[in-house]
Each structure stands twice: as C-alpha cells, then as structure tokens.
Design a protein around this ligand. Structure first.
Ligand code: NAP
Ligand code: F7E
Length: 326
C-alpha cells in the first residue's frame, strides 16, 4: 500500500518540488488547492503541469475549518506538509489582517483536523527565519530567540508555537522546519531573487530597460528549494518529532546577488537598477544567517547547491523563458 501524503500549498514553489520528491519515493500525493485554481489550471497550476495526472487535488481554503476537516477526513494522510500561507513579507504590511488570520488560523485548523481525524499523521510546519527578525545573535540556531519584524513573521511565530503545543499537549508527531530563504527557477516573481533574475534576463533580451528595487543592503542566507524539501521529508522520517534550522550558513547582500546575476549575462547592473523608496519595508530584517549543525548531525542533511550556482541556475532558466528560440 502506498503511503498517503497531504500537502497544503502544493501549488507554490516548495509544493512543486516536494510533490515531485514524494512521487519519486512512491507516495500517493494529495494536495489542497483553492477552488479558483481548479477553474484556471493554466495559470494557477503552472508549477504542477508536468505531474498533474499523478497527483490528487482537493479544493479547500485556509480560511475554512470545515473545508480542511473534510479533506483530512477523506484522505486520512500519514504525513502532512503544511506549506500554505500568504508568504510575501512585503504584502503582509499592506494586508496585516488577512495575512495574520489566514496564516495563523490555517495552521490551527490543519492541526486540529489532524488531531481529530488522523492523530497518527506526522505533521510538518513551514516555519521561517523571518521569526528571528531583528536578530539577537548571528548565526541563528534553534535556540535563538524570536523578534519578528512583520505581520508575516508574527504569524509564523504563532504557527511555530501552535505546532510545538500540539506536539506537547496531544502527542502529535509535529515538527517545525525553520527554513531560511530558498529560491529556484520556480520562485514567485515578486521575491527579490526572481525579480532580479527575470529582470536581468528581460534586459538582456531587449524586453526591459530598467529594474526597480528597494533596500539593496539587506543580507540573506539563500539556498535552493530542491535541497530544502529533502530536509522537510527527513524531519518526518525521524523517530521523534523536533524543530530544525535549515540554511546554508552563508549570508550575502542583494548587491552580491545582482553582481552575479548581471555578470552572468555580461551586464553591469549599476546601469539598469533604480532605487525605489516605495519598495522599502516599514521594518526591515537586515541580516539572516542560519546555523544548520543540528540538521547536519541528526538528519544527515546539508545543502548541495551553493549561492553562485543557484544564481546561475535561475538566470539561465529565466533567459530560456524570455527568449525561448535563441
Ligand atoms: P509560495 O510559493 O508563496 O506558495 C504558497 C502556497 O500557499 C501556494 O500554494 C498558495 O496557493 C497557498 N495559499 C496561500 N494562501 C492560501 C489560502 N488562503 N488557502 C489555500 N492556500 C493558500 O511559498 P513557498 O516559497 O513555496 O513557501 C512554502 C511555505 O514555506 C510558506 O508557508 C512560506 O511562508 C514558508 N517559507 C518559505 C520560505 C522561502 O524562502 N521560500 C522560507 C521559509 C518559510 P495559491 O497558488 O492559490 O496562491
Ligand atoms: O526579500 C529586499 C527586501 O521578498 C528579501 C519569503 O519566502 O524568505 C522570504 O522573505 C530582501 C528583503 O524575501 C526588493 O527588503 C530589495 O530585505 O525576496 P524577499 P523575504 O522578505 O526575505 C523568508 C524566509 C520567508 O519565510 C518568506 O516567506 O530583499 N528587497 N528590493 C526586495 N524584496 C522584494 N521582494 N522586492 C524588491 O524589489
């Protein structure tokens, strides 16, 4: 009998990589999507296009306990990866209420439905390095205290605590993956890495003349999504549930990302990038750098794709997309 897995947020970047990984491992893959996605698969399911026939999609919303309960009752998953969230930090300042309501309630509903209908199911929560916010120390570990700087970060701290509480109070096999920024050619276009690689490729192809960005001084610990979903899987294969930092241990500025991306195309970014004050955030997370020693020791996990190769991979894929016949 195949193992049944339920993935919320299956249409997103990580959902796309994770569902491929679990299909390869022989899982029966079920995913929760919004009803509108089923009505507009061409646009909303683009990341899943090559595997659509191999997965089972169920419509539900993070805002509705009843809809999540129904899917959990129907699928009775043995593993659940809860990835669905309003994940764009910038937007969380524009719409605090929906980000906080959706992200916190969605996590709470999923945990509660599992407790009631699939209490043996192993649960993964997509926690985030944004919880460290105005960092208390560098590098950040599982023991570093949280200081979130955005409604998004606050919602993730609440999700982290709910997950820990369900583990301790109801004996649920529930893990928090504290993942640092991870990117790929399937990254959403609004995040800075994809905005840069797509923008650079469009400039190279003659389709754009400039790229408007916000704060170029922030530092991030950027890894590859394909590596990070392997860590999620490993967390749920352990004897005991626990929380893990997943990162590369290296930090780079946006300027360094720009250097590599534009250099790869033989361009000088200084000629094209314009600073746009409207893209600065009301409160910024200046530096993130993770210490993944615990994951290395216990999960035997380490990142495979380094910063330079990540940037190249993204630029190459974006160049193919904007100039498919060259
Ligand atoms: P993503 O590409 O933005 O995907 C988010 C997913 O959540 C999408 O499938 C989206 O569905 C779904 N979703 C959002 N609101 C929903 C709602 N109201 N009802 C049902 N589904 C909803 O994010 P990602 O990069 O794959 O990240 C996956 C998870 O990890 C997120 O929780 C994110 O916050 C967290 N995380 C990400 C990073 C990172 O660097 N990527 C780091 C740490 C933590 P639609 O397609 O319908 O919008
Ligand atoms: O910003 C700066 C911006 O939006 C990175 C999410 O996956 O990772 C992600 O959150 C940095 C920030 O990612 C632009 O101010 C400058 O300092 O790519 P981002 P994020 O906010 O770090 C964490 C771990 C998550 O959990 C989140 O879900 O880049 N920046 N100029 C810009 N950022 C954007 N988006 N656009 C700009 O034009």
């Amino acid at each position: 009998m195949k193992k049944r897995v339920l993935i919320t947020g299956i249409t997103g970047q990580d959902g796309a990589y994770l569902s491929r990984l679990l299909l390869d491992k022989g899982y029966e893959v079920h995913g929760i999507v919004r009803r509108v996605a089923l009505e507009d698969p061409e646009h909303r399911l683009w990341r899943l296009r090559p595997i659509l026939k191999k997965i089972n999609l169920h419509s539900a919303s993070l805002e509705s306990y009843a809809s999540i309960f129904d899917v959990v009752e129907k699928v009775k998953p043995q593993e659940c990866y809860h990835l669905a969230a309003q994940s764009f930090v910038s937007y969380s300042f524009e719409d605090e209420f929906s980000t906080i309501n959706t992200n916190i309630n969605g996590t709470h509903y999923t945990l509660s439905a599992l407790k009631n209908k699939a209490p043996k199911c192993k649960f993964y929560f997509a926690a985030s390095s944004e919880m460290f916010g105005k960092v208390k120390k560098t590098p950040q570990t599982e023991d570093t205290s949280f200081y979130p700087r955005s409604p998004y970060g606050i919602s993730k701290v609440a999700g982290y605590e709910l997950t820990r509480n369900y583990r301790e109070a109801y004996n649920l096999f529930a893990c928090n993956g504290i993942l640092f920024n991870h990117e790929s050619p399937m990254r959403g276009y609004e995040f800075v890495t994809r905005k840069i690689t797509n923008g650079a490729a469009r400039i190279k192809a003659g389709l754009a003349k400039e790229l408007r960005l916000g704060n170029l001084h922030a530092k991030r610990d950027w890894g590859f999504s394909g590596d990070y979903v392997e860590a999620m899987f490993l967390m749920l294969q352990q004897d005991k549930p626990d929380d893990y930092v997943i990162a590369t241990g290296e930090t780079h500025t946006i300027k360094e990302f720009l250097d590599l991306a534009f250099d790869h195309l033989g361009l000088d970014w200084h000629k094209y990038v314009k600073s746009d004050k409207s893209l600065f955030r009301p409160a910024e997370v200046n530096i993130l750098c993770g210490d993944y020693s615990k994951a290395k020791k216990k999960l035997k996990w380490k990142p495979k794709v380094n910063f330079k190769n990540l940037v190249k991979m993204m630029v190459d894929e974006d160049l193919k997309l904007v100039s498919p016949h060259s």
